[in-house]
Design a protein around this ligand. Sequence first.
Ligand SMILES: [Zn+2]
Length: 416
Amino acid sequence: MKLEKYSMGIGDRFGKEGLAQLSAMIRANAEGKLIVPVWNKSNREHSIIHTQPKDARVEADSAVKQGEWSAPYHVDADHINLSNVDGFIECSDFFTLDVAETIGAEPSAEALDAFIAKAGKYAGSLTIDGIDAKLEITDGAIREIGMKFISPIKTAGEIYRHVLASKGEGNFITEVSVDESDQPQTPVEMLFILMLIADEGIPAQTIAPKFTGRFNKGVDYVGDVAKFEQEFREDIAVIRFAIKEFGLPENLKLSVHSGSDKFSIYKAINKAITDFDTGLHLKTAGTTWLEELIGLAEADGEGLAIAKEIYAKAFGRFDELCKPYATVIDIDPGKLPSPEVVNGWTPAQYANALRHDQTCAEYNPHVRQLLHVGYKVAAELGERYLNALDACAESVHRNVTENIYARHLRPVFFGA
Ligand SMILES: [Zn+2]
């Protein structure tokens, strides 16, 4: 099973927007770009919303049928490890192996020696086609990289072989994710991570590094765009080198996690994938649910009332909701309007505060981030929330499609 050149990971917390999401890909496809949808949902999301991995499969199949989509699509077991992968095996055909827990776990002396012996041949100045500067690789760096990444990539190998035993070779796509680590990976680290992946026999088609800068949930990139661009291009060049050097799948490409809403780096990403003629997997951060809230607010009446109620409850449970996401959000509580203020908002005021349009004076990234992590509140409303989505389907679907198409597919894949 081969992943197409361009793909986008789309999350749908409440499972009602599959067709609205797919409609964005249908539109892009009609305009000449095939971007394969990959519905992803992590174990954490499933447990908060009380859904099962098979629900994501049912949703994807039904969206594809209704949208008459004849190109490939996939269902991603997102950030899984050995402790939770079993529930995902049957219904998924894309596995994002998460190794964050073992990053930095000490490898055995034999494994470290073998790695150093093999990696040593790249020590010194390494010329990589497509990068101006040579990669400077010291013996010390090689040892450090071995100490840090041998164990996690071995773990990735264990998860991969566990899935392989059930699904059989060639029946699924494998992504290796090292994005949930404290430090971004350098291109030199990327090179040796890929060597380790090849040694483990993992046919990775996507690799998700941690990039330089902040990739907060649902808001724009914060960091040095020029530095990001340079590293992103170096990563692509290193991948191209590693495919030949280590015999990795020829379609191996970068996966950008929390890639939604990173408007200030989309130009650099588009330019890099165009210049190198390479693919990309853009994984979003479950922001479709925010478009649901915007659609509810715009529908006025009961829709707006429930959107306000969710804000008020999320405001009151700030600490509890933010805690699991502390490292990937930056909310200034002083910039959050009180529920009393929000209760007085018109549909347009609510939508403007939440919609990710930085040119709009009313846009409030603090409100947006709080609501982003507040999906638990909507989950607790149960049927009431789901019924409101049905009642306001037109404005909800319109916002969901428009967000993916205009704010993501156009700039990232069309360069527009
Ligand atoms: Zn991730």
